[in-house]
Ligand binder design. Structure first.
Ligand code: MG
Length: 413
Protein backbone atom coordinates (compact mmCIF):
# COMPACT_ATOMS: atom_id res chain seq x y z
CA UNK A 1 0.00 0.00 0.00
CA UNK A 2 1.50 3.30 -1.13
CA UNK A 3 -0.60 5.82 0.70
CA UNK A 4 -1.49 6.72 4.23
CA UNK A 5 -5.21 7.10 4.82
CA UNK A 6 -5.47 9.80 7.38
CA UNK A 7 -5.87 13.48 7.87
CA UNK A 8 -3.67 15.47 10.18
CA UNK A 9 -5.68 17.05 12.96
CA UNK A 10 -9.24 17.07 14.15
CA UNK A 11 -11.99 16.04 11.74
CA UNK A 12 -14.22 18.90 12.92
CA UNK A 13 -11.73 21.34 11.45
CA UNK A 14 -11.62 19.70 8.05
CA UNK A 15 -13.95 22.21 6.42
CA UNK A 16 -12.77 25.20 8.39
CA UNK A 17 -10.84 27.33 5.96
CA UNK A 18 -9.37 29.58 8.67
CA UNK A 19 -7.92 26.56 10.49
CA UNK A 20 -6.60 25.21 7.22
CA UNK A 21 -4.92 28.54 6.46
CA UNK A 22 -3.35 28.56 9.90
CA UNK A 23 -2.07 25.02 9.50
CA UNK A 24 -0.51 25.80 6.16
CA UNK A 25 1.84 28.33 7.73
CA UNK A 26 3.27 29.32 4.39
CA UNK A 27 2.41 29.01 0.76
CA UNK A 28 3.12 25.57 -0.63
CA UNK A 29 5.39 25.62 -3.65
CA UNK A 30 4.09 23.35 -6.37
CA UNK A 31 5.93 21.78 -9.29
CA UNK A 32 3.56 21.00 -12.15
CA UNK A 33 5.06 18.41 -14.50
CA UNK A 34 3.03 18.51 -17.70
CA UNK A 35 1.61 22.00 -17.05
CA UNK A 36 0.33 22.47 -20.62
CA UNK A 37 -1.70 19.23 -20.69
CA UNK A 38 -5.30 18.89 -19.56
CA UNK A 39 -4.54 18.02 -15.91
CA UNK A 40 -1.67 20.54 -15.78
CA UNK A 41 -3.89 23.41 -16.95
CA UNK A 42 -6.60 22.48 -14.45
CA UNK A 43 -3.97 22.26 -11.69
CA UNK A 44 -2.93 25.84 -12.50
CA UNK A 45 -6.62 26.84 -12.22
CA UNK A 46 -6.67 25.43 -8.69
CA UNK A 47 -3.37 27.11 -7.77
CA UNK A 48 -4.86 30.37 -9.07
CA UNK A 49 -8.03 29.78 -7.00
CA UNK A 50 -6.02 29.73 -3.74
CA UNK A 51 -3.17 32.24 -4.19
CA UNK A 52 -2.55 32.40 -0.43
CA UNK A 53 -2.10 28.65 -0.16
CA UNK A 54 -0.22 27.69 -3.33
CA UNK A 55 2.45 29.02 -5.63
CA UNK A 56 3.43 27.52 -8.98
CA UNK A 57 7.21 27.13 -8.45
CA UNK A 58 8.19 24.98 -11.40
CA UNK A 59 6.34 24.41 -14.68
CA UNK A 60 7.41 21.63 -17.04
CA UNK A 61 6.13 21.03 -20.58
CA UNK A 62 7.24 18.63 -23.28
CA UNK A 63 6.92 20.75 -26.41
CA UNK A 64 4.00 23.23 -26.09
CA UNK A 65 6.38 26.20 -25.91
CA UNK A 66 3.86 29.00 -26.54
CA UNK A 67 1.45 27.85 -23.86
CA UNK A 68 4.32 27.31 -21.40
CA UNK A 69 5.50 30.88 -22.05
CA UNK A 70 1.96 32.24 -21.52
CA UNK A 71 1.61 30.24 -18.27
CA UNK A 72 5.01 31.47 -17.06
CA UNK A 73 4.07 35.12 -17.71
CA UNK A 74 0.84 34.66 -15.81
CA UNK A 75 1.94 32.44 -12.89
CA UNK A 76 5.48 33.83 -12.44
CA UNK A 77 7.13 30.54 -11.39
CA UNK A 78 10.73 30.34 -10.22
CA UNK A 79 11.62 28.10 -13.14
CA UNK A 80 10.25 26.56 -16.34
CA UNK A 81 11.57 23.53 -18.20
CA UNK A 82 10.81 22.77 -21.82
CA UNK A 83 11.71 19.09 -22.22
CA UNK A 84 12.13 19.23 -26.00
CA UNK A 85 15.51 20.90 -26.55
CA UNK A 86 14.63 22.42 -29.91
CA UNK A 87 12.36 24.99 -28.19
CA UNK A 88 14.88 25.97 -25.51
CA UNK A 89 16.21 29.10 -27.25
CA UNK A 90 12.68 30.21 -28.15
CA UNK A 91 11.46 29.95 -24.53
CA UNK A 92 14.63 31.66 -23.22
CA UNK A 93 14.12 34.61 -25.58
CA UNK A 94 10.44 34.95 -24.72
CA UNK A 95 11.07 34.98 -20.96
CA UNK A 96 14.17 37.17 -21.01
CA UNK A 97 14.04 39.92 -18.40
CA UNK A 98 11.30 38.19 -16.35
CA UNK A 99 13.76 36.65 -13.88
CA UNK A 100 12.28 33.19 -14.56
CA UNK A 101 14.94 30.50 -14.95
CA UNK A 102 14.65 28.34 -18.08
CA UNK A 103 16.06 24.83 -18.52
CA UNK A 104 15.67 21.93 -20.94
CA UNK A 105 16.05 18.13 -21.15
CA UNK A 106 14.80 15.21 -19.07
CA UNK A 107 17.84 15.26 -16.75
CA UNK A 108 16.95 18.86 -15.83
CA UNK A 109 13.42 17.76 -14.86
CA UNK A 110 14.63 14.94 -12.60
CA UNK A 111 17.06 17.37 -10.96
CA UNK A 112 14.60 20.26 -10.60
CA UNK A 113 11.91 18.25 -8.77
CA UNK A 114 14.40 17.64 -5.96
CA UNK A 115 14.83 21.41 -5.24
CA UNK A 116 14.38 22.03 -1.54
CA UNK A 117 11.87 24.87 -2.10
CA UNK A 118 9.35 22.49 -3.71
CA UNK A 119 6.72 20.98 -1.38
CA UNK A 120 4.42 19.19 -3.82
CA UNK A 121 5.06 17.65 -7.21
CA UNK A 122 2.02 17.18 -9.46
CA UNK A 123 2.95 14.48 -11.97
CA UNK A 124 0.70 15.17 -14.95
CA UNK A 125 2.88 14.10 -17.85
CA UNK A 126 1.57 11.62 -20.40
CA UNK A 127 2.64 7.98 -20.34
CA UNK A 128 6.01 6.40 -19.58
CA UNK A 129 7.74 9.80 -19.61
CA UNK A 130 6.49 10.36 -16.07
CA UNK A 131 8.53 7.56 -14.51
CA UNK A 132 11.99 9.08 -14.12
CA UNK A 133 10.89 12.35 -12.53
CA UNK A 134 8.43 10.58 -10.20
CA UNK A 135 11.27 8.38 -8.95
CA UNK A 136 13.40 11.50 -8.44
CA UNK A 137 10.57 13.15 -6.46
CA UNK A 138 10.20 10.06 -4.25
CA UNK A 139 13.97 10.10 -3.61
CA UNK A 140 13.71 13.76 -2.58
CA UNK A 141 10.86 12.89 -0.13
CA UNK A 142 8.34 15.15 -1.84
CA UNK A 143 4.61 15.14 -1.43
CA UNK A 144 3.42 13.76 -4.77
CA UNK A 145 0.01 14.38 -6.32
CA UNK A 146 0.02 11.48 -8.75
CA UNK A 147 -1.82 12.11 -12.01
CA UNK A 148 0.51 10.04 -14.19
CA UNK A 149 -1.06 6.59 -13.70
CA UNK A 150 1.39 4.99 -16.14
CA UNK A 151 4.13 5.34 -13.50
CA UNK A 152 2.34 2.73 -11.37
CA UNK A 153 1.24 0.64 -14.35
CA UNK A 154 4.81 0.38 -15.68
CA UNK A 155 6.76 0.11 -12.46
CA UNK A 156 4.33 -0.44 -9.58
CA UNK A 157 6.58 -2.99 -7.87
CA UNK A 158 9.59 -0.68 -7.99
CA UNK A 159 7.63 2.37 -6.78
CA UNK A 160 6.21 0.22 -3.96
CA UNK A 161 9.75 -0.70 -2.86
CA UNK A 162 11.01 2.89 -3.16
CA UNK A 163 8.08 4.32 -1.20
CA UNK A 164 8.71 1.89 1.67
CA UNK A 165 12.20 3.36 2.11
CA UNK A 166 11.16 6.99 1.58
CA UNK A 167 9.42 9.67 3.61
CA UNK A 168 7.63 10.74 0.45
CA UNK A 169 3.80 10.71 0.42
CA UNK A 170 1.53 9.99 -2.53
CA UNK A 171 -1.94 11.40 -3.10
CA UNK A 172 -4.03 10.22 -6.03
CA UNK A 173 -5.33 12.77 -8.53
CA UNK A 174 -7.25 10.30 -10.69
CA UNK A 175 -10.94 10.81 -9.82
CA UNK A 176 -11.56 7.11 -9.14
CA UNK A 177 -8.57 6.80 -6.82
CA UNK A 178 -9.46 10.06 -5.10
CA UNK A 179 -12.88 8.45 -4.53
CA UNK A 180 -11.32 5.28 -3.05
CA UNK A 181 -9.19 7.45 -0.81
CA UNK A 182 -12.21 9.40 0.44
CA UNK A 183 -14.20 6.19 1.06
CA UNK A 184 -11.26 4.65 2.93
CA UNK A 185 -10.32 7.51 5.26
CA UNK A 186 -11.09 6.29 8.79
CA UNK A 187 -11.45 2.65 7.70
CA UNK A 188 -9.18 -0.37 8.23
CA UNK A 189 -7.90 -2.02 5.07
CA UNK A 190 -8.58 -5.47 6.54
CA UNK A 191 -12.31 -4.60 6.54
CA UNK A 192 -12.32 -4.01 2.78
CA UNK A 193 -13.79 -6.77 0.61
CA UNK A 194 -13.31 -5.20 -2.80
CA UNK A 195 -12.95 -1.96 -4.67
CA UNK A 196 -15.63 -1.08 -7.22
CA UNK A 197 -13.92 0.95 -9.93
CA UNK A 198 -16.43 2.91 -12.01
CA UNK A 199 -16.02 3.46 -15.75
CA UNK A 200 -18.12 5.64 -18.05
CA UNK A 201 -17.82 2.98 -20.75
CA UNK A 202 -16.49 5.57 -23.22
CA UNK A 203 -18.01 6.67 -26.54
CA UNK A 204 -18.53 3.09 -27.84
CA UNK A 205 -20.39 1.60 -24.87
CA UNK A 206 -23.57 0.96 -26.84
CA UNK A 207 -22.01 0.39 -30.29
CA UNK A 208 -22.18 -3.21 -31.61
CA UNK A 209 -18.82 -4.98 -31.48
CA UNK A 210 -18.66 -5.48 -35.29
CA UNK A 211 -18.77 -1.72 -35.93
CA UNK A 212 -15.73 -0.98 -33.76
CA UNK A 213 -13.36 -1.97 -36.55
CA UNK A 214 -14.34 1.06 -38.62
CA UNK A 215 -14.45 3.82 -36.00
CA UNK A 216 -12.09 6.76 -36.59
CA UNK A 217 -9.84 8.74 -34.26
CA UNK A 218 -12.36 11.60 -34.46
CA UNK A 219 -15.16 9.25 -33.26
CA UNK A 220 -13.01 7.95 -30.41
CA UNK A 221 -12.06 11.46 -29.29
CA UNK A 222 -15.69 12.31 -28.48
CA UNK A 223 -15.83 11.30 -24.82
CA UNK A 224 -19.38 11.51 -23.47
CA UNK A 225 -18.59 13.02 -20.04
CA UNK A 226 -14.99 13.97 -19.37
CA UNK A 227 -12.89 16.54 -21.16
CA UNK A 228 -9.36 15.07 -21.26
CA UNK A 229 -6.20 14.87 -23.35
CA UNK A 230 -6.13 12.87 -26.62
CA UNK A 231 -4.16 9.86 -25.33
CA UNK A 232 -6.36 9.18 -22.30
CA UNK A 233 -9.52 9.75 -24.37
CA UNK A 234 -8.48 6.95 -26.75
CA UNK A 235 -7.55 4.84 -23.71
CA UNK A 236 -11.10 5.43 -22.44
CA UNK A 237 -12.59 4.38 -25.79
CA UNK A 238 -10.68 1.05 -25.71
CA UNK A 239 -11.19 0.84 -21.91
CA UNK A 240 -7.42 0.39 -21.55
CA UNK A 241 -7.63 3.37 -19.21
CA UNK A 242 -9.80 1.34 -16.83
CA UNK A 243 -7.32 -1.53 -16.96
CA UNK A 244 -4.56 0.94 -16.09
CA UNK A 245 -6.64 2.35 -13.25
CA UNK A 246 -7.19 -1.16 -11.88
CA UNK A 247 -3.40 -1.62 -11.74
CA UNK A 248 -2.97 1.88 -10.26
CA UNK A 249 -5.48 0.99 -7.50
CA UNK A 250 -3.74 -2.36 -6.96
CA UNK A 251 -0.53 -0.56 -5.96
CA UNK A 252 -1.97 2.53 -4.27
CA UNK A 253 -4.18 0.54 -1.92
CA UNK A 254 -2.30 -2.79 -1.77
CA UNK A 255 -5.27 -4.80 -3.13
CA UNK A 256 -4.99 -7.84 -5.38
CA UNK A 257 -6.25 -7.33 -8.97
CA UNK A 258 -9.06 -9.87 -8.58
CA UNK A 259 -10.42 -7.88 -5.62
CA UNK A 260 -10.97 -4.88 -7.87
CA UNK A 261 -14.21 -5.00 -9.85
CA UNK A 262 -14.91 -2.72 -12.80
CA UNK A 263 -18.44 -1.29 -12.96
CA UNK A 264 -19.79 0.65 -15.92
CA UNK A 265 -21.56 3.82 -14.81
CA UNK A 266 -22.36 5.98 -17.85
CA UNK A 267 -23.20 9.18 -15.94
CA UNK A 268 -19.75 9.43 -14.27
CA UNK A 269 -21.29 10.84 -11.07
CA UNK A 270 -20.25 7.97 -8.78
CA UNK A 271 -16.47 8.31 -8.95
CA UNK A 272 -15.91 4.88 -7.35
CA UNK A 273 -17.01 2.75 -4.39
CA UNK A 274 -15.59 0.50 -1.68
CA UNK A 275 -17.39 -2.67 -0.56
CA UNK A 276 -16.71 -3.76 3.03
CA UNK A 277 -16.86 -7.19 4.64
CA UNK A 278 -19.98 -6.30 6.67
CA UNK A 279 -21.97 -5.77 3.47
CA UNK A 280 -21.71 -1.96 3.44
CA UNK A 281 -20.74 -0.07 0.31
CA UNK A 282 -19.40 3.49 0.43
CA UNK A 283 -19.41 5.68 -2.67
CA UNK A 284 -18.01 9.11 -3.46
CA UNK A 285 -20.05 11.25 -5.81
CA UNK A 286 -19.29 14.42 -7.71
CA UNK A 287 -19.70 16.14 -11.05
CA UNK A 288 -17.39 14.84 -13.79
CA UNK A 289 -14.91 17.69 -13.49
CA UNK A 290 -11.20 17.02 -12.87
CA UNK A 291 -10.87 20.26 -10.86
CA UNK A 292 -12.63 18.37 -8.03
CA UNK A 293 -10.09 15.55 -7.49
CA UNK A 294 -7.19 17.96 -8.10
CA UNK A 295 -8.54 20.35 -5.46
CA UNK A 296 -8.95 17.44 -3.04
CA UNK A 297 -5.43 16.08 -3.65
CA UNK A 298 -3.82 19.51 -3.20
CA UNK A 299 -5.73 20.06 0.06
CA UNK A 300 -4.41 16.82 1.57
CA UNK A 301 -3.46 16.03 4.25
CA UNK A 302 -4.92 19.16 5.83
CA UNK A 303 -8.49 19.06 4.57
CA UNK A 304 -10.94 20.19 1.95
CA UNK A 305 -10.62 23.51 0.18
CA UNK A 306 -13.89 25.46 0.03
CA UNK A 307 -14.77 26.52 -3.51
CA UNK A 308 -17.33 28.51 -5.49
CA UNK A 309 -17.39 25.78 -8.16
CA UNK A 310 -20.75 24.49 -9.43
CA UNK A 311 -22.19 22.16 -6.80
CA UNK A 312 -24.14 19.01 -7.53
CA UNK A 313 -27.94 19.23 -7.57
CA UNK A 314 -30.59 16.56 -6.99
CA UNK A 315 -31.14 16.52 -10.79
CA UNK A 316 -27.48 15.58 -11.36
CA UNK A 317 -27.98 12.55 -9.10
CA UNK A 318 -31.50 11.61 -10.17
CA UNK A 319 -30.63 8.98 -12.79
CA UNK A 320 -27.66 6.84 -11.88
CA UNK A 321 -27.24 3.48 -13.59
CA UNK A 322 -24.71 0.68 -13.21
CA UNK A 323 -23.93 -2.25 -15.49
CA UNK A 324 -21.27 -4.94 -15.91
CA UNK A 325 -18.47 -4.29 -18.39
CA UNK A 326 -18.34 -6.23 -21.66
CA UNK A 327 -14.98 -8.06 -21.62
CA UNK A 328 -15.69 -9.51 -25.05
CA UNK A 329 -16.21 -6.15 -26.74
CA UNK A 330 -13.37 -4.48 -24.80
CA UNK A 331 -10.69 -7.21 -24.62
CA UNK A 332 -8.04 -4.88 -23.15
CA UNK A 333 -9.83 -5.16 -19.80
CA UNK A 334 -8.94 -8.86 -19.74
CA UNK A 335 -5.43 -8.08 -21.00
CA UNK A 336 -4.91 -5.67 -18.09
CA UNK A 337 -6.02 -8.25 -15.50
CA UNK A 338 -3.74 -10.87 -17.08
CA UNK A 339 -0.78 -8.46 -17.06
CA UNK A 340 -1.47 -7.46 -13.45
CA UNK A 341 -1.64 -11.11 -12.32
CA UNK A 342 1.56 -11.97 -14.19
CA UNK A 343 3.37 -8.94 -12.72
CA UNK A 344 7.06 -8.24 -13.37
CA UNK A 345 7.53 -6.39 -16.64
CA UNK A 346 4.20 -7.55 -18.17
CA UNK A 347 2.31 -4.30 -17.43
CA UNK A 348 5.32 -2.28 -18.69
CA UNK A 349 5.15 -4.14 -22.02
CA UNK A 350 1.39 -3.59 -22.21
CA UNK A 351 1.81 0.14 -21.57
CA UNK A 352 4.62 0.57 -24.13
CA UNK A 353 2.64 -1.27 -26.82
CA UNK A 354 -0.44 0.81 -25.99
CA UNK A 355 1.46 4.11 -26.33
CA UNK A 356 2.75 3.12 -29.77
CA UNK A 357 -0.63 1.74 -30.91
CA UNK A 358 -2.61 4.78 -29.71
CA UNK A 359 -0.17 7.17 -31.43
CA UNK A 360 -0.52 5.17 -34.68
CA UNK A 361 -4.33 5.18 -34.38
CA UNK A 362 -4.39 8.96 -33.76
CA UNK A 363 -2.43 9.36 -37.00
CA UNK A 364 -4.95 7.13 -38.83
CA UNK A 365 -2.23 4.53 -39.54
CA UNK A 366 -4.06 1.59 -37.94
CA UNK A 367 -7.64 0.57 -37.19
CA UNK A 368 -9.20 0.92 -33.75
CA UNK A 369 -9.28 -2.86 -33.24
CA UNK A 370 -5.60 -3.10 -34.30
CA UNK A 371 -4.76 -1.41 -30.98
CA UNK A 372 -5.75 -4.63 -29.17
CA UNK A 373 -3.92 -6.84 -31.63
CA UNK A 374 -0.68 -4.85 -31.37
CA UNK A 375 -0.78 -4.97 -27.57
CA UNK A 376 -1.55 -8.68 -27.47
CA UNK A 377 1.17 -9.63 -29.98
CA UNK A 378 3.76 -7.38 -28.34
CA UNK A 379 3.01 -9.09 -25.03
CA UNK A 380 3.55 -12.50 -26.66
CA UNK A 381 6.86 -11.46 -28.23
CA UNK A 382 8.55 -9.27 -25.59
CA UNK A 383 10.82 -10.82 -22.97
CA UNK A 384 9.61 -11.11 -19.38
CA UNK A 385 11.48 -10.23 -16.20
CA UNK A 386 9.98 -11.36 -12.91
CA UNK A 387 11.60 -8.86 -10.48
CA UNK A 388 12.79 -5.95 -12.60
CA UNK A 389 15.18 -3.18 -11.62
CA UNK A 390 14.76 0.37 -12.95
CA UNK A 391 17.18 -0.46 -15.79
CA UNK A 392 15.10 -3.55 -16.66
CA UNK A 393 12.00 -1.37 -17.03
CA UNK A 394 13.88 1.04 -19.28
CA UNK A 395 15.17 -1.82 -21.48
CA UNK A 396 11.75 -3.54 -21.57
CA UNK A 397 10.04 -0.29 -22.53
CA UNK A 398 12.48 0.18 -25.43
CA UNK A 399 12.13 -3.42 -26.61
CA UNK A 400 8.32 -3.41 -26.43
CA UNK A 401 8.10 -0.11 -28.33
CA UNK A 402 10.25 -1.52 -31.11
CA UNK A 403 8.09 -4.64 -31.41
CA UNK A 404 4.87 -2.61 -31.35
CA UNK A 405 6.17 -0.10 -33.91
CA UNK A 406 7.13 -2.97 -36.24
CA UNK A 407 3.66 -4.49 -35.85
CA UNK A 408 1.97 -1.13 -36.47
CA UNK A 409 3.78 -0.84 -39.82
CA UNK A 410 2.62 -4.25 -41.06
CA UNK A 411 -0.27 -4.29 -43.50
CA UNK A 412 -2.11 -7.01 -41.64
CA UNK A 413 -1.52 -7.43 -37.93
MG1 MG B 1 -9.80 8.23 -14.03
Amino acid sequence: MLIELKYVGDWRNLCNFAVLMERMTRQRNIAVLGSTGSIGRQTLDIIGEYPNLFKAWLLVARSSADLLIAQARQMRPHMVIIADEQYYGYVCDALEGTGIEVATGSAAIAQAVTMSEIDTVVTAMVGYSGLESTIAAIGARKRIALANKETLVVAGELIDRLMKDSKSVLYPVDSEHGAFYQCLVGERMQDVERLLLTASGGPFRTMPKEQLENVTAADALKHPNWSMGAKITIDSATMMNKGFEMIEARWLFGIMPDDIEIVVHPQSIIHSMVAFKDGSVKAQLGLPDMHLPIRYALGLPDGRLASDCRKMTIEDMAMLTLERPDFDKFPLLGTAYAAARKGGTAPCVMNAANEIAVAAFLQDKIKFTDIYKIIEKTMEQASHIEHPTYEDYVATNTEAREIAARLAKQRSI
